[in-house]
Design a binder for this molecule. Structure first.
Ligand code: HSE
Length: 437
């Protein structure tokens, strides 16, 4: 049968992986897709690298626009990343009637609404399994596997770099800075890891999952984002003593007042499976009303794991290529005219539990002062530990866990606590999630 022709834009780590896996598993992939999937042309600024990877098996060019304008090409794989030229190329490919496969979460989270609208108008597919959690088929699971459910919430470890850093901090009792340096030396973390450690990468991914789960447009600009750079090794240790692990979670939840969309370090009970996801691995927990909790685990980055998702999309697009557009799976799981305009809940209105660490003077009445502030703000204490001051010290760490409360009440309480003379310096606040029903 006539092959489907693919143009690959970007032959870096993932592009190289896609090229290799597609060649290695060509026969099985053809049996699945119903026709051969052939990379006809690769575009990359680094022609030397492109020639080295492709070894003469296809054409190579440094002009990506020639690929999206090539009438022979049926599917364009965009692996350039970012929202500059990648956006132009994707929109041009769509305008030329080509299907697009992309791993570009930043592009979809920020410009997805425009891209999906263009694809809808043109009757082409935009597939993006590789954009969230690398090799884990989480897009497929949320969009199709769970389509019977009213999805209630999703919580995911969706950034491998930060999970690696947190695991190392816990294992070795090291500071954030020390582990980051080591991760960069070993090549785990990017030379500029800002998007990872500040939570932006995870926010792109949870934005996409939120849209798929609740049938809303992408609303990245309303996501609350807090990274791990300010986490102290002592908090990881105290959390452990209280039976919790700290993970950077992407969380989205449907509430009667709106959708929560947030990324921040989170205490989760150590007994939860997801709390035990270590190193650079990813895991996503999805709560549906019918199925209950489902957990998806695997590699969230890397050449072949991400290529696995890219090629699964190629197979899907190849199978659906000749179907009428209205018979295909909608880009965002819900029919495009059925997207809901649910508001994103401001962070102040989010309700969760909190870990608070205070450095306090060790003298009579301190606890009374502190609990008075919490009682005034109607914050109920769930657990509390006070560490003995060190030899010759007159200050101690006090750690409090609260019951469910609204973020704005916690903020108000923290502001008042920091004004107490017996409280030294800033109060450390980390949110907590039970991740049960
Ligand atoms: N930088 C990401 C991570 C991988 O560390 O998980 C690509 O999304």
């Amino acid at each position: 049968m006539k092959p489907i022709n693919v143009g690959l834009l970007g032959i870096g780590t993932v592009g190289g992986g896609a090229f290799t896996v597609l060649a290695r598993n060509a026969e099985e992939i053809t049996r699945r897709a119903g026709r051969p999937i052939r990379i006809t042309v690769v575009a990359d600024k680094n022609m030397e690298l492109a020639n080295k990877v492709t070894q003469g098996a296809c054409r190579v060019t440094d002009d990506a626009f020639s690929v999206v304008n090539d009438p022979e090409i049926d599917i364009v794989i965009e692996l350039i990343g970012g929202y500059g030229v990648a956006k132009e190329l994707v929109l041009k490919a769509i305008a030329n009637g080509k299907h697009v496969v992309t791993a570009n979460k930043a592009l979809l989270a920020t410009h997805g609404n425009e891209i999906f609208k263009a694809a809808q108008d043109k009757g082409v597919m935009v597939a993006f399994e590789a954009a969230v959690a690398g090799g884990i088929p989480i897009i497929k699971a949320v969009r199709e596997g769970l389509s019977a459910n009213r999805i209630e919430w999703i919580a995911g470890i969706i950034n491998g770099t930060t999970n690696f850093i947190l695991s190392e901090m816990r294992d070795k009792g090291l500071s954030f800075d020390a582990v980051l340096k080591e991760a960069q030396r070993l090549g785990y973390a990017e030379a500029d890891p800002t998007f990872d450690i500040e939570g932006v990468d995870a926010a792109h991914k949870i934005t996409i999952l939120s849209a798929l789960a609740f049938g809303t447009p992408m609303q990245f600009d309303k996501a609350y984002i807090e990274g791990i750079a300010r986490l102290d090794a002592s908090d990881i240790k105290y959390a452990e003593q209280l039976g919790y692990r700290i993970k950077l979670l992407g969380i989205t939840r449907r509430t009667p007042d709106g959708v929560e969309l947030r990324v921040h370090p989170t205490l989760i009970p150590a007994k939860r499976l997801i709390a035990n996801v270590e190193g650079a691995m990813n895991a996503v927990l999805v709560q549906g009303d019918a199925v209950g909790a489902t957990l998806y685990y695997g590699k969230g980055a890397g050449a072949e794991p991400t290529a696995s998702a890219v090629i699964a999309d190629l197979v899907d697009v190849t199978r659906m290529h000749t179907a009428d557009p209205e018979n295909r799976v909608p880009h965002l799981a819900f029919q495009p005219d059925q997207l809901a305009d649910l508001p994103i809940l401001p962070m102040d209105e989010v309700q969760t539990c909190y870990y608070l660490r205070l450095r306090v003077q060790d003298e009579p009445g301190v606890l009374a002062d502190i609990t008075r502030v919490l009682a005034d703000e109607k914050i109920s204490i769930d657990a509390m530990i006070q560490k003995e001051p060190g030899e010759g010290e007159y200050e101690a760490d006090l750690v409090l866990l609260t019951h469910l409360t609204r973020e704005k009440r916690t903020n108000a309480a923290i502001a008042r606590l920091e004004k107490l003379l017996v409280v030294k310096g800033k109060v450390t606040r980390i949110r907590m999630e039970g991740l049960g029903k």
